[in-house]
Write a protein that binds this ligand. Structure first.
Ligand code: F0G
Length: 457
């Protein structure tokens, strides 16, 4: 290609206003929210990088597909269109729609979890871990050592530690109903898993007779990294790589709010007939009839179209490059970020930027609040606030204290991101003046969503 600039492979057809706010307004808003950014009113946020989940822009063709939705309670043709789009990439026998990813997790772990069981993963996402633990089972993270080191440049830091998995399955024989692998590894920095590692993980699981499921939220981004980084994959279609990833697993849970480009949706897909029947029965209890799950027919149509768009190479090249654009600029400015830059987000290393704030004083929270107060940028703490509380009620430092700046798909332009870079630089300049926090109120589970904080003196 003769030009260096990778342009957005779309033009904007419909826009939503973005409200400008002052530092004083933002201070007032964050105090009222108990310094928890989940408690903010979204209109008080200028650039919302809280999540890439359900916050992206749908395409013209997805909106058109919505008009095609059929809202029949049972046997909707929109379900067939959805199922065919899923199976085109993930040819599992049973495809069970749910309203989002955690509903699929809840159903699966209700069927498979329970006291005395254990579920390994490279790194469990918070809802996955919570659903496993809620069932009484244990959630175990077995990512490779490089995946725990924010500065390590390993190209596939999401990889499973295959030897550790093998040992775990031996020592927990009969206790592991399913093993998981999360692509890309969100809680570990949006890092990809290599095809070779998936093959080895799959082989170990098969040898132990344990089914392997994908937590496949960001499968297309993962496949693009495989195409870019893994020897011998450079000439392959992303869709083809995805099909190979699926062939190595026995099922999947999915949040369709990520790579399928939906504002809502998810699914559970699997090959086992008896387990599928059990899951469909649970689905009917809380989500709905198996041809719509928790979704409207129109949602199923939008997701089918999103699945066609997300494996487009021009889209993925732009997606991965634009995330790296933010991360590279921050690294160049001396701000510690998880390397290499992940697919959907840039992760700031708050513990490294704020060494004067101890992990139990939540450096990630301090950084996230500062980014908001300074520039109206909302990120998300992924660290001791999110993971520090133990099952017995005690608290310990998480492996890392990060702030995730997640990029909604096709939503912000390069000038928005240039602004975010400036805000981060400004906060980094005054890093020494930032203070830690203490928690003044928290719920028993998933505390990061609703806990209230107070700044330390
Ligand atoms: N698994 C992973 C790896 C996720 O990132 C998420 C959601 C889920 C499962 C649950 O899916 O939200 O549709 O119920 N992650 C979002 C995030 C919320 O911000 O990273 P869901």
């Amino acid at each position: 290609m003769p030009f260096r600039t990778i342009i957005e492979p779309f033009r904007i057809q419909s826009v939503a206003p973005l409200r400008m706010t002052t530092p004083a307004q933002r201070h007032e808003a964050v105090v009222a929210a108990g310094y928890n950014l989940f408690g903010l009113h979204a209109l008080d946020v200028m650039i919302d990088l809280l999540t890439d989940s359900g916050t992206g822009a749908m395409s013209r063709d997805q909106w058109a597909a919505i008009q095609h939705g059929d809202e029949s309670y049972a046997g909707s043709p929109s379900y067939d269109i959805f199922r065919e789009a899923v199976q085109n990439l993930f040819p599992f026998k049973h495809v069970i729609p749910t309203h989002q990813g955690r509903a699929a997790e809840k159903i699966l772990f209700t069927a498979l979890g329970g006291k005395g069981k254990a579920v390994p993963n490279n790194t469990h996402f918070d809802t996955t871990r919570a659903n496993i633990e809620y069932s009484g089972a244990q959630a175990v993270d077995l990512v490779i050592a490089e995946g725990r080191d924010p500065a390590n440049l390993h190209p596939f830091k999401g990889n499973m530690d295959v030897a550790a998995l093998d040992a775990f399955l031996s020592s927990h024989s009969g206790q592991v109903p399913v093993a998981f692998i999360t692509i890309t590894n969100n809680s570990g920095g949006g890092q990809p898993v290599s095809l070779e590692n998936l093959r080895q993980t799959s082989a170990v699981c098969r040898r132990h007779g344990v089914p392997l499921f994908l937590d496949a939220c960001r499968f297309a981004e993962n496949a693009w990294f495989i195409r870019e980084r893994e020897p011998g994959q450079q000439d392959r279609e992303v869709a083809d790589i995805v099909r190979e990833m699926a062939s190595l697993a026995d099922g999947m849970t999915m949040s369709a709010k990520k790579d399928p480009m939906g504002n809502i949706g998810g699914w559970l897909a699997l090959n086992d007939d008896a387990l599928a029947e059990q899951c469909r029965n649970l689905l009917i209890l809380t989500e709905g009839f198996p041809t719509y799950g928790g979704l409207a027919g129109r949602d199923l149509e939008a997701l089918a179209q999103g699945l066609r768009e997300v494996v487009d190479h021009d889209y993925l090249r732009y997606r991965i490059r634009s995330t790296a654009y933010l991360g590279d600029a921050l690294a160049k400015a001396g701000i510690p970020v998880v390397q290499p830059i992940g697919g959907h987000a840039v992760y700031l290393d708050a513990r490294a930027l704020l060494p004067h704030i101890a992990p139990l004083q939540y450096p990630g929270q301090a950084l996230a609040v500062a980014l908001y107060e300074s520039g109206g940028v909302r990120g998300c703490e992924i660290g001791t606030v999110m993971f520090g509380r133990q099952a017995d009620g005690s608290e310990k430092a998480a492996t890392l204290d990060l702030v995730r700046l997640a990029i909604p798909r096709r939503t912000y332009t390069q000038s928005h991101i240039d602004y975010v870079i400036e805000v981060c630089e400004e906060v980094a300049r005054k890093a020494k003046a930032l203070r830690g926090y203490r928690i003044v109120a928290e719920p028993a589970q998933l505390r990061h969503f609703t806990a209230r904080f107070a700044p330390l003196a």
